[in-house]
Write a protein that binds this ligand. Structure first.
Ligand SMILES: Cc1cc2nc3c(=O)[nH]c(=O)nc-3n(C[C@H](O)[C@H](O)[C@H](O)COP(=O)(O)O)c2cc1C
Length: 158
């Protein structure tokens, strides 16, 4: 569970926001593969809302974004609108430190393309890529990798 707070908006439910201090933020569609991977990690994490009327998620601390690619072979529109909406918030964008891509190698050249696109656009590294809900090796690599990554970050940005 993450330490989230809900702040009611003044005009409509869509104006409501939810803040998170999690250092891991992820998107997962209704198929929930990425959610299952995150659950296996056992780390505090916040999910980007699925529906337009859900409270918008606001990051309050530096974080790593985990996201699947949805696009198909041409790689068009590979970043889902929910993720675009989240990153269109300048505060959220400024706190992004790295990306982890989820995908399926069956898609060939567009494997984890959304992570590559966000990496290029926001100037942050792609830290890891995994398929579907990830293997137990993926879970170990990401757990250890994130621990090392945040140590490095605190050394370079005291
Ligand atoms: C319509 C559709 C398009 C997809 N396109 C890609 C793609 O271009 N590249 C890729 O690596 N994976 C692609 N995938 C695979 C998903 O990224 C993968 O299944 C992911 O684990 C889904 O995560 P989620 O269930 O958390 O949303 C696609 C899946 C679907 C259903």
């Amino acid at each position: 569970m993450s330490a989230d707070t809900v702040v009611a908006g003044h005009r409509s439910p869509a104006a409501t926001t939810r803040s998170t201090s999690s250092s891991l933020i992820y998107f997962s569609s209704v198929s929930g593969y990425t959610k299952r991977f995150i659950e296996k990690l056992g780390l505090d994490a916040a999910r980007i809302p699925l529906h337009a009327n859900d409270p918008a998620l606001l990051a309050t601390r530096p974080y790593v974004l985990v996201l699947p690619t949805y696009g198909g072979e041409k790689g068009e529109r590979s970043i889902l609108p929910q993720v675009i909406r989240f990153l269109n918030n300048e505060g959220n964008r400024n706190l992004l430190r790295g990306v982890i891509g989820a995908g399926n190698t069956n898609f060939g050249t567009t494997y984890c393309l959304a992570a590559d696109k966000i990496s290029a656009k926001c100037g942050v590294p792609v830290l890891y890529r995994f398929e579907l809900m990830g293997t137990s090796d993926d879970v170990l690599h990401v757990r250890q990798g994130l621990e090392e990554f945040w140590k490095q970050q605190s050394r370079s940005r005291p």
